[in-house]
Write a protein that binds this ligand. Structure first.
Ligand code: DX5
Ligand code: ZN
Length: 220
């Protein structure tokens, strides 16, 4: 199986000191940084967009894992490519042309991921599995940090792990929302190999210890 990767979500960082916050997780051993983009339409909240991501790009070597909670996505893909996104996750619920959007992400030289909301069944992404490098399973309803992990998503993670393995390609499965050392263990046991965590990393003063305990909770 793939190594377990930790991707702290900048949504829980101090927005007044983003460069220091980035440096702290890079020094603490984070693998990627997860960047949550919200449009107040697909989700009931706003966060930050491509200009902020572009400004942060030269500040760190961390891989930029961009989670687009926006609809439509297509008009903005170029902008996020130019801003330095290395992965782009778009939602299967975000529009009728998910297949085309994922192809467009790949054509920009970015790794495509498909994100899936708690109420959406695993089967919804079967038709686009051949286009993605990663599946991002939402373990809360997207829009806010600090929500409670939804255990009901564990079976979906298992189903998606099977579906991903059947492709014969190394597709990663990320989990996003309410991930702490305990829920990290449940998710990795079910087949997840990327842990996105906001509150349980940025909420603690010692980020290295926070990331270590996420990995420690994980079942490799
Ligand atoms: C929720 C975002 C998450 C969020 C997770 O819409 O996609 O990435 O930052 O925050 P925590 O880890 O606090 O649940
Ligand atoms: Zn996210």
């Amino acid at each position: 199986p793939n190594a377990i990767l930790v991707a702290p979500s900048l949504l829980a960082a101090d927005f007044g000191r983003l460069d220091e916050e980035l440096a702290s997780i890079e020094a603490a051993g984070a693998d990627w940084v997860h960047l949550d983009v919200m449009d107040g339409h697909f989700v009931p909240n706003l966060s930050f967009g491509a200009p902020v991501i572009k400004a942060l790009r030269p500040r760190t070597k961390l891989v930029f894992d961009v989670h687009l909670m926006i609809a439509p996505v297509d008009p903005f893909l170029d902008m996020f490519a130019e801003a330095g996104a290395e992965h782009i996750h778009l939602h299967v619920e975000a529009g009728p042309n998910t297949h085309r959007s994922l192809q467009a992400v790949r054509a920009l030289g970015i790794k495509p991921g498909i994100a899936i909301n708690p109420a959406t069944p695993a089967e919804m992404i079967a038709p686009v599995l051949d286009l993605v490098d990663m599946i991002l399973v939402m373990t809360v309803n997207p829009g806010f940090g600090g929500q409670k992990f939804l255990r009901s998503q564990l079976n979906k993670i298992r189903t998606l792990r099977r579906m991903a393995d059947e492709t014969g390609r190394p597709i990663r499965i990320g989990v996003d929302g309410g991930i702490d050392p305990e829920t990290a263990g449940l998710c990795t046991e079910a087949g997840a190999d990327v842990l996105v965590a906001g509150t349980s990393v940025f909420g603690l003063p010692d980020r290295a210890a926070a990331i270590r305990s996420l990995r420690g909770g994980a079942v490799a």
